[in-house]
Design a protein around this ligand. Structure first.
Ligand SMILES: *Cc1c(COP(=O)(O)O)cnc(C)c1O
Length: 438
């Protein structure tokens, strides 16, 4: 078959869908450095993590040798409710750009929570239920992760407490309503429900909150509640593992049609969707079977890979998490306010960091206004309103397609469309009335 036959929207038939996740670390010669205990500075052990995380997730976090990890039936069951995600050939965009490049994108925004985050939320909720837990806690910044966890906890029958950065809870009332509709308790952070929240409020009663502070509150609440653990939506390696479903679905579809992508592009906040999208392609590259270019795109306001340093750092502002060797802007870095809530994290997943350090992966930055220009262009041409985070990948995909137009090369480009922009209308309003700044 030739690529000409690739349907505009391709859905992988059920019997061909992935039954295992792919663990990129198993294919790396240079493994990411181990996480260190913040007190002893020794590599973290499963016992260190047990008061905080679910058992299966800890096992996956520490596993750097198993190449394929089976997806339990109880998770596949929930995946069937919203997967496969469509793999779309951007025929309209290719034509509008007049590029010889073929452009494909994986649309992870078709589920109700609106992003790829549900892939890991489903897994983490399932494992919590399997451990006999009754509740989970987490934090959410822009609200996508909180929405995904609320959906997953409703499905598996778990209580969920979401600490939402106060300013986001106020600015995104519909996100808050969605999370509450699915039955989760939403607490604007900082709050008086935890000791660390109280301390922060004492110092500054009018603080707008931060992700670092919400993380500290969620961990404290989990550790002090019986049969309760904490879940995180990005940055950690078990989250990347769960997200490999994205890349695996693309790879299986491409193999059927004899397509080999030359350039694979994903936006990067904590690195989970990017790690998931590139997983099978990075594995091939690490085995010398492919020389595809893999590109991470970050906002110029939070350039962890492109301007950070590669060193051990904390995952949170309060400096309570294990130390992670990663590209980081410093755990006290506070990015200037922007509309890309999901990409405003000071660090980067350790596997993504190592791949970048070893030049398996490239990184680029994009400015807010040029990202929205690409988003609006994409919405008009392809019909889909993209999340601002996803639009970073769109911007660079368009740049690469235009480069093909200049050089006459017929490259195949794949990018990750991580979510919908329905909950980001105030950002689109600012772009439309020209009040948005970089
Ligand atoms: C959270 C989020 C991201 C960034 O997170 P990663 O862990 O880097 O993938 C990107 N896009 C959307 C829509 C998100 O919700």
């Amino acid at each position: 078959m030739t690529t000409k036959n690739f349907p505009q929207r391709y859905f992988l038939p059920e019997e061909e869908q992935p039954k295992s996740w792919l663990n990129i670390r198993a294919f790396m010669k240079n493994k990411p450095a181990p996480m260190l205990h913040p007190g002893t500075k020794q590599p973290i052990t499963a016992a260190d993590l047990e008061p905080v995380f679910c058992k299966a997730c800890i096992g996956q976090e520490l596993d750097e040798t198993t190449e394929f990890i089976p997806i339990p039936d109880g998770i596949l069951e929930f995946y069937r409710a919203y997967r496969p995600a469509p793999l779309i050939r951007a025929y309209f965009l290719e034509k509008a750009l007049g590029t010889p490049a073929e452009i494909y994108y994986k649309h992870e925004g078709t589920n109700t929570s609106g992003s790829h985050k549900l892939n890991s939320a489903a897994a983490q909720a399932f494992y919590a239920k399997q451990d006999g837990l009754t509740g989970l806690t987490t934090e959410t910044g822009a609200g996508q992760w909180g929405s995904a966890m609320a959906m997953a906890c409703a499905f598996y029958g778990l209580d969920l407490t979401v600490y939402m950065v106060k300013v986001s809870a106020e600015q995104k009332p519909y996100r808050k309503a969605l999370i509450e509709t699915y039955g989760a308790e939403l607490i604007p952070s900082p709050s008086s429900t935890t000791e660390c929240g109280k301390k922060i409020l004492e110092k500054d009663p009018n603080t707008s909150g931060s992700l670092g502070c919400a993380i500290s509150e969620a961990i404290e609440k989990a550790v002090h509640t019986p049969k309760c653990r904490y879940v995180l939506g990005s940055v950690l390696n078990h989250v990347l593992l769960h997200q490999s479903i994205i890349g695996l679905e693309c790879k299986i579809a491409f193999d059927k049609y004899g397509i080999k992508p030359d350039i694979i592009i994903g936006c990067a906040g904590g690195g989970s969707n990017l790690g998931g999208l590139i997983a099978p392609f990075a594995a091939e590259k690490l085995q010398g079977k492919s020389d595809a270019r893999l590109i991470a795109v970050e906002p110029s306001s939070c350039p962890s890979l492109t301007e950070g340093k590669f060193d051990y750092d904390f995952g949170d502002t309060a400096q309570t998490t294990p130390l992670i060797k990663m590209y980081t802007l410093g755990c006290d870095f506070i990015p200037s306010s922007s509309h890309v809530g999901g990409l405003r994290y000071h660090g980067m997943n350790s596997t993504i960091s190592q791949l970048y350090h070893d030049k398996i992966l490239e990184a680029r930055t994009a400015k807010q206004t040029e990202v929205f220009e690409a988003a609006v262009k994409f919405a008009k041409i392809e019909g889909i309103l993209p999340a601002p985070e996803s639009s970073h990948a769109i911007k660079i995909a368009i740049d690469e397609a235009m480069e093909c137009k200049r050089s006459g090369e017929k490259k195949t480009i794949l990018f990750g469309l991580t979510g919908t922009g329905y909950f980001d209308m105030s950002a689109y309003m600012q772009y439309n009335d020209k009040s948005m700044k970089d």
